[in-house]
Design a protein around this ligand. Structure first.
Ligand code: MIG
Length: 668
């Protein structure tokens, strides 16, 4: 059962599509009481709190605070309160079990036992919001109801389930060829290579640097002949440059975000001075969305939208304040005092992504003038909605790979997300794992982290262990930042180990793709904390480094250095699978805690006693990612686990935008 309590006059966000009646009045808050600052729930001693999508820290969010305010911060240390997404859905599980969704696109703080250990305080900066309470038959049912409310999740083309390679930046076509050849020479399957900002001319969206990528259309075609898809990046900011059509049209039509006086707002990002398209305006959205044509015309069928929190390097306001500090002080011999220098240092640190700059921006939400700060969390969402709607016009009925850095609930219908700029740290393998179920709760199914780590230098071992988790995540992409150690698998010693791990992804594709579709159409979570499946099992409730995958599998990756294996908790008897490219060993294991050996070149996972899953040989797995094949025949499938049991297999043609009825569901 879903109830919605409206406060004030909220901006429509589009998060909820299968609406529910309004039951105005604080009295209906039930579990919550209204406080001066927001809403308070008194937690029971053993209550756990799950959710918040892309957020820091544990699977159980209790014991810290989190702020929903989409933020470009590439340093995800433990104390950070905000990441790139804003996903205000939580489930409280304990004495009472219920879900809460705060539909408000401004800043919202979730203090979950931080100020007071037994209080959950939800503190919105602007109190115009819809407060949803969802009750049901346990956590999974509550999540299913919430997912029904917010509508069906995005489905990428099937090739986007292959292994993908990115780096900021492959500077020219030769660099891309080096990557493709490098993988081919070691026999490691590869389905896509990404183009980061340097493929553009002076960082201008929808342009191609012809010197670096001559005859781009033909280049895309040659890659496709090798079954490699090229995926270019699109940034939110549009370069201010005379003669650049996107800039000139945007100015002429009034499609850019404005300042208080109604002038086009000026910010600086990669291209230098830029304007931000007003994605909250439906005309501007359509205009920008159709611009993707410049690239789809060349055969491109996948995009990633970046810098759309939106990230701001600096504005004129910031620079003016810096200049002010640099002015000589009266009566001093030195140009600048130590105090002033320190102030300058702080000022420079605060130039980027500064609150006062967000507060100075205005949107024209189809006639209504709205201050950006109130709707901040809708910006990246609507950039991706613009792209998805444009791409539907440009490639009708066809799926396009599309994912975004910033997001809000509702965007899950238009594209996926990646988890942003992580680091080559062991702890970030675990953070990757922890965000999978919370994102699934909020409808984000096509997701993954930068495998190997974006910032800092990776190591061979870290990359292999991360890949052994990435094998299971729908988006499986290796990505690294400019200036870091080269991170493509073929750069390391003994590439056969990488081949073995990545081949397992292709072997698992029939199962993973089927589970993905099932999660979309049945509003299920593909990844769940053990606590969701084994309620009442106290140990399961404490496990923060293993996940359930689909209805059949449990995963437990290694996330520490020099490990021969790890301890794994089996909440019921399971079959351990130790998989490699050509086969696997199976071993039945009892319920309980086991030390499990996990060699670097194997993918280890567990299948429930009463279940089986479909896998294939690497060769057939690769076929699934080719555009020319219609999937895998039954005869090519091998079953792992308990062969006497049935498996519900979901399949489709892998590229059309289907309705639920077009999907084949077979009991095998
Ligand atoms: O300011 O385009 O998160 O994946 O490689 C950095 C360069 C901009 C941030 C993205 C990252 C990408 C990088 N971008």
């Amino acid at each position: 059962m879903v109830s919605k309590i409206r406060f004030g006059n909220p901006v429509p966000t589009g998060a909820v599509v299968n609406g529910t009646a309004n039951v105005n009045g604080e009295a209906n808050l039930r579990y919550f009481e209204k406080t001066e600052q927001g809403f308070r729930f008194r937690m029971g001693k053993k209550d756990a709190v799950y959710g918040l999508g892309e957020a820091n820290r544990g699977i159980n969010k209790r014991g810290y605070q989190y702020v929903s305010y989409c933020t470009d911060d590439p340093n995800h240390t433990e104390e950070k309160l905000s990441l790139y997404g804003a996903h205000n859905f939580i489930v409280i599980d304990g004495a009472c079990t219920f879900g809460v969704f705060i539909d408000n696109p401004g800043r919202v703080t979730f203090d979950i036992g931080y100020e007071k250990m037994d209080e959950l305080n939800i503190i919105p900066e602007y109190e115009d919001l819809d407060f949803y309470i969802i009750e049901g038959d346990g956590i999974k049912d509550i999540v299913r109801q919430f997912r029904t409310l917010i509508g069906q999740s995005y489905i990428p083309p099937r090739w986007a389930f292959g292994y993908q390679q990115c780096r900021w930046s492959y500077m020219d076509a030769d660099a891309v060829w080096e990557v493709v050849d490098g993988y081919e020479n070691c026999g490691i399957p590869l389905s896509a290579v990404y183009l980061d900002i340097d493929y553009m001319e002076s960082y201008k969206d929808f342009t191609i640097n012809e010197e670096r990528f001559p005859d781009f259309g033909n280049f895309v075609k040659e890659m496709r002949e090798k079954n490699i898809h090229l995926v270019p990046i699109i940034d939110a900011g549009v370069k201010m440059e005379e003669g650049y059509d996107v800039y000139e049209e945007g100015v002429a039509k009034g499609y850019f975000v404005k300042d208080k006086e109604g002038r086009d707002y000026v910010t600086a990002v990669w291209p230098g001075l830029t304007h931000f398209p007003d994605f909250l305006n439906s005309e501007a959205r359509r205009w920008f969305g159709l611009k993707y044509k410049a690239l789809t015309d060349k055969g491109i069928d996948g995009f990633w939208n970046d810098m759309n929190e939106p990230a701001i390097f600096y504005t004129e306001r910031g620079i003016d304040e810096v200049k002010e500090l640099l002015k000589p002080e009266a009566g001093r011999k030195e140009d600048i005092s130590t105090d002033k220098l320190m102030e300058l240092k702080w000022k420079l640190n605060e130039l980027a992504n500064n609150d006062s700059d967000y507060k100075a921006m205005y949107h024209n939400m189809d006639g209504q003038l709205v201050n950006h700060d109130r709707v901040h969390n809708l910006y990246g969402y609507n950039m991706t909605k613009a792209a998805a709607e444009g791409l539907e016009e440009l490639r009708p009925g066809e799926r396009t790979l599309l994912f975004s850095r910033s997001s809000y609930i509702g965007m899950h219908r238009y594209g996926g997300i990646w988890m942003g700029d992580n680091q080559a740290w062991w702890s970030h393998i675990l953070l990757n794992l922890k965000m999978l179920p919370s994102l699934n709760m909020c409808g984000f199914l096509y997701t993954g982290a930068d495998i190997g780590g974006f910032g800092s230098n990776t190591t061979r071992e870290l990359l292999l262990r991360w890949l052994a988790l990435g094998v299971f995540t729908p988006l499986m992409r290796n990505h690294a930042a400019l200036g870091t150690r080269l991170q493509e698998c073929f750069r390391f010693e003994h590439t056969e180990d990488f081949k073995s791990v990545i081949s397992c992804r292709y072997r698992l594709l029939p199962y993973l793709y089927s589970e993905y579709l099932k999660s979309v159409y049945e509003n299920e979570m593909m990844f769940r904390p053990l606590a969701f499946d084994y309620s009442g099992d106290e140990i399961a409730g404490n496990v923060e480094d293993q996940l359930m995958l689909g209805n059949e599998v449990m995963i437990a990756p290694v996330y520490t250095q020099n490990a021969a294996g790890r301890y794994v908790y089996l909440p019921e008897p399971m079959t351990m699978i130790v998989m490699h490219e050509n086969g696997e060993e199976e071993k039945v294991m009892e319920k309980g805690v086991h030390f499990v050996e996990m060699p670097l070149n194997r993918v280890v996972f567990f299948i429930k006693e009463d279940a089986k899953i479909p896998v294939v040989s690497t060769e057939y797995g690769r076929k699934v990612c080719n555009d020319t094949t219609e999937g895998i025949a039954d005869s090519e499938m091998v079953w792992l686990g308990n062969k006497n049991k049935k498996y519900q297999m979901y399949t489709d043609n892998g590229h059309s935008k289907n309705k639920k009825d077009d999907v084949s569901v077979m009991e095998l």
